[in-house]
Design a protein around this ligand. Structure first.
Ligand code: GDP
Length: 194
């Protein structure tokens, strides 16, 4: 897809701030610092529309990026950052439920994992949560560039097995560094943003 327009519309902290133009939405979920912002930036060929950071646990907002005025990438706050308080974790849970359970124009969720590591319990919980609510899930195993070519199949298999990926669900190897997987990502997404 040729991206001609990409803009951040809102960093929302509550439901009433979500955009109301009813465009299809593709959400990104994953551990904090896993590479969600880098994925968005790579797909839309912008260096830094989505804010990347080497510091996990940044502000908890749901960021809506409108692309080509035809759909949104929705970056939800990452999980699994040890240093957050119980109160913050509860706030996170409430935000997730508010968005994922009720959002009518949410078409699919990209669950971003780090291919170098076995998916964590949090990753497994997120996958199960999304499946429970019957949301289409595409697992993106990112940071592929960090794995030698000869070992990629083995690492990919570990991701699939640990998450117990259901038949028919896609696991896409990806790198925001090299752009591997980018064309395939757009091909998959085209089904949902029609
Ligand atoms: P977010 O918190 O999930 O949005 O994560 P970011 O996109 O900010 O990425 C966290 C860190 O991982 C940054 O230092 C990125 O440069 C790095 N990173 C993200 N994706 C990749 C990738 O595919 N390959 C490599 N080598 N580094 C990546």
């Amino acid at each position: 897809m040729k991206v001609t327009n990409a803009e951040i519309v809102i960093s929302a902290v509550s439901q009433k701030q979500y955009p109301d133009d009813r465009l299809p939405e593709i959400a990104l979920a994953g551990r904090s610092n896993v590479g969600k912002s880098s994925f968005i930036n790579k797909l839309i060929s912008r260096k830094s529309l989505a804010r990347t950071s080497s510091k996990p646990g940044k502000t908890q907002t749901i960021n809506f990026y409108r692309i080509n005025e035809s759909f949104y990438f929705v970056d939800v706050p990452g999980y699994g950052y040890a240093k957050v308080s119980k109160t913050e974790r509860e706030k996170w849970g409430k935000m997730m439920e508010e968005y994922f359970i009720n959002r009518e124009n949410l078409e699919a969720v990209l669950l971003i994992t780090d291919i170098r590591h076995a998916p964590t319990n949090d990753d497994i919980m997120m996958y199960d949560f999304l499946k429970h609510y019957e949301l289409p899930v595409i697992v993106v195993a990112t940071k592929l560039d960090k794995i030698p070519k000869g070992k990629r199949a083995q690492y990919l298999k570990r991701t699939i097995n640990t998450l117990q990926i259901e038949k028919g669900d896609v696991v896409l190897p990806f790198s925001s560094e090299t752009g591997e997987g980018k064309e395939e990502a757009w091909r998959i997404l085209s089904k949902y943003i029609g």
